[in-house]
Design a protein around this ligand. Structure first.
Ligand SMILES: NC(=O)c1ccc[n+]([C@@H]2O[C@H](COP(=O)([O-])OP(=O)(O)OC[C@H]3O[C@@H](n4cnc5c(N)ncnc54)[C@H](O)[C@@H]3O)[C@@H](O)[C@H]2O)c1
Ligand SMILES: [Zn+2]
Length: 344
């Protein structure tokens, strides 16, 4: 059994109460003095219909396609129909799409009501729910509109993972491997010694792993909430990853997996990263059923890459590895990167 424990996550403007190892009943009990409106998506609702009280629940469409302002406006109309006032408390229960939108809706409804998250996917637990970024996509451009605002609580109920589809497990583990690469060599070894199947079978071990990752994300994100420094490390594998995701419609985790291998090769060329470590990462990614290469149109990928919102002027802050567990921010001019990109 995972121990129930509250860990404070201290951000500049707010202390988030992060509860690990809680049940749905625990969440309800914590919020028993509030009028809670639950925000979830169709898939999560279908799996846990009895947990969401009729009339006090907003069910968003599942998936990235519905992560936009239209969905937000519909949800706001529902809140108005429910006569939700300033004291209402929103709880986003779902993957990253739900928590990103629930946080955004709560931040703009009546100029802001309080909210909490109960992430239900691996990616949501280790990444999306932590750090205070909330928002929606605009057309094909991801997360272009939003706010930075922290929830009151994060509730980790690991039993949600029992219903998470395998593909989502795999995709979420790409972010866990990313964390190991940039900050936690010991976790890299731990992942090598285990397998996805081991983790799926033992939610106690998985709960510990997820907690370690949520804390890692918190530590990297806190103090740099607007991403001008070390938070950039979290973009490891994401520069090329986003471009591949965009042109191949590959799941996010799969695309960043390929992006991480590319970033390792670049690290070999630019800062002497050990090529054997690149091989170790490829082995680990394959072990977790993630791809390490794919055919893609380089010209197209380059076009998308240069439009990446992370670029400032003609410099890209590329995340490289000095060693496993040692991510570094490496400013690269676009022309330098272009030459390297097309010769690799
Ligand atoms: N805010 C941030 O800092 C941040 C960081 C990383 C990613 N994100 C965002 O997170 C989103 C991706 O999150 P995601 O991978 O969780 O995607 P998602 O929310 O779309 O969830 C993936 C799929 O799994 C389903 N699902 C989730 N939990 C389930 C469960 N317990 N049982 C059954 N089905 C379940 C969902 O309905 C969906 O179909 C993206 O929109 C991305 O932009 C945000
Ligand atoms: Zn990611």
């Amino acid at each position: 059994m995972i121990k129930k424990e509250m860990v404070p996550f201290r951000f500049s403007d707010k202390e988030v109460q992060c509860w690990f190892g809680v049940s749905f009943d625990d969440i309800r009990e914590q919020l028993s003095d509030k009028r809670v409106i639950w925000v979830t998506d169709e898939h999560v609702y279908q799996k846990y219909p009895e947990e969401f009280p009729a009339g006090e629940c907003i069910i968003l469409p599942a998936g990235e396609a519905g992560k936009n302002q239209d969905t937000v406006n519909t949800a706001i109309e529902e809140l108005l129909n429910m006569e939700a006032d300033r004291d209402v408390f929103l709880v986003g229960v779902g993957g990253g799409v739900v928590t990103d939108m629930a946080g955004y809706i709560a931040s703009i409804y009546l100029r802001g009501v309080k909210f909490s998250f109960a992430p239900t996917s691996v990616l949501g637990m280790v990444d999306a729910a932590v750090g205070g970024k909330n928002g929606v996509n605009v057309g094909l451009y991801k997360n272009q509109v939003g706010v930075i605002r922290q929830p009151e609580h994060l509730f980790y109920n690991f039993s949600f993972l029992n219903t998470l589809p395998e593909l989502e497990w795999i995709s979420g583990f790409a972010e866990i491997i990313k964390h190991a690469c940039i900050r936690d060599a010991e976790m890299f070894q731990f992942l090598l010694n285990n397998s996805l199947e081991d983790f799926r079978q033992d939610l106690n071990v998985t709960g510990d792993l997820i907690r370690r990752n949520a804390e890692l994300k918190y530590k990297v994100a806190a103090g740099d909430e607007r991403e001008s420094g070390q938070r950039r490390l979290l973009n490891f594998g994401h520069t090329l990853g986003h471009a591949i995701e965009n042109i191949t419609t590959m799941p996010h985790g799969f695309a960043i997996s390929i992006g991480m291998v590319f970033a390792c090769r670049l690290s070999e060329k630019l800062i002497g990263f050990d090529p054997e470590k690149t091989e170790a990462l490829k082995y680990l990614l394959k072990k977790y059923h993630l791809p390490t290469e794919t055919d893609f149109d380089k010209e197209k990928a380059w076009d998308i890459l240069v439009h990446d919102k992370k670029k400032s002027g003609d410099t890209i802050h590329f995340i490289l590895l000095k060693g496993i567990g040692e991510g570094v921010v490496h400013p690269l001019s676009l022309s330098e990167l272009k030459t390297l990109f097309f010769e690799m």
